[in-house]
Every structure is written in structure tokens, then in C-alpha cells.
Design a protein around this ligand. Structure first.
Ligand SMILES: [Zn+2]
Length: 172
């Protein structure tokens, strides 16, 4: 039982981080292809895996400027991959939904600091992100909720097995 729980946990970790690695690989591929496309407009021809046209880079201002723009574009691709990962469910990788503001500066002792709370639509957990990051960047807090449907299904199976139990449910 314990070993299977651990296996499920390891598998979900591999899925979550593997998905990030896949996105980073796609970003690297996109960056490499766009640089290759940029290089097509400048002689001499640059091989795909040579990346930078060294005979133009330090001497041709237009090439150097376009290279700078490409660098920002490539940086944006990697940033998007990491940003998207933050708002994904840690269990099923779906996008987190339904942002709700919680907490209040005026009632901080009762309600806590203002945060934005996202949930997984399939009930795997919730993510709290601080609204104001005063002391540096605060890592978002993920709270796992387990399978909220498990209780429902457990009840329906016991109903199926024992007739007396379901009768007592109807009596209530
Ligand atoms: Zn989920």
C-alpha cells in the first residue's frame, strides 16, 4: 500500500517536471529555428548548429540589432514555459482555474494577507499566490487535497454491496 502510494507520487513528479522539460526543449527548438531563419538573410550561409554568423555579428549593426531582438524573443519563450508551469495542477497538469481573492489588509489577523487562490477543476488541490510580494519573490503555496471524488465513489460501492445500508440511508 505504502509502496504504491510512493510510486504514484514519483510518477506525478516525473510527469510534472518532465512536462516542463518538454516545454523547455520546445522553446530551445523554436529559438534555434528562428535564429536559423534570421541567418538566411545574411551571407555567408550559416549552418543550423553554428547558430551565430560570426563574420557579421561584431561588424554589421543591423545583424547585431536583429540578434538582440532575437535574444529577447528566445528569452520570452523560456519565460513563458516556466510561467505556464506555475499555473498548472501538480497532479494532472491541467491549467488552474477560478482565481479568487482571499484575505484582506484591513482584517489581516482574521483573514490573512491578500492572496489569489486558484483551484484545479478536478479537485486535486489549490494554489495560493501572495498579491503583494514584499520580502522578495514568495514561492506560491500548493495545497494538495487528494481525490475529492473518492468519498463519493466509496459511498456508492458500499450502497451496491449492502442492501440494509442503503435502506437506512433512505430512512434518514
Ligand atoms: Zn488536477
Amino acid at each position: 500500500m505504502f509502496a504504491s502510494d510512493m510510486l504514484v507520487e514519483v510518477r506525478s513528479h516525473i510527469r510534472y517536471w518532465g512536462f516542463l522539460l518538454l516545454k523547455l526543449a520546445a522553446a530551445a527548438m523554436g529559438a534555434a529555428c528562428s535564429l536559423w531563419f534570421l541567418n538566411l538573410f545574411f551571407l555567408p550561409y550559416t549552418e543550423f548548429f553554428q547558430f551565430i554568423n560570426y563574420s557579421k555579428f561584431p561588424f554589421d549593426l543591423s545583424y547585431t540589432t536583429l540578434f538582440g531582438v532575437w535574444f529577447l524573443f528566445a528569452y520570452g519563450l523560456f519565460y513563458l514555459a516556466v510561467w505556464d508551469q506555475r499555473y498548472r495542477c501538480r497532479t494532472c497538469l491541467r491549467r488552474l482555474r477560478m482565481p479568487v481573492e482571499t484575505g484582506s489588509w484591513g482584517y489581516m489577523l482574521q483573514l490573512g494577507r491578500p492572496q489569489i487562490e486558484y483551484i484545479c477543476a478536478y479537485g486535486h488541490g489549490k494554489l495560493n499566490i501572495d498579491e503583494v510580494q514584499i520580502s522578495g519573490t514568495v514561492a506560491p503555496e500548493w495545497t494538495e487535497q487528494g481525490d475529492i471524488w473518492a468519498e463519493l465513489f466509496a459511498e456508492s460501492t458500499t450502497d451496491g454491496k449492502g442492501g440494509d445500508h442503503s435502506d437506512s440511508d433512505y430512512d434518514r
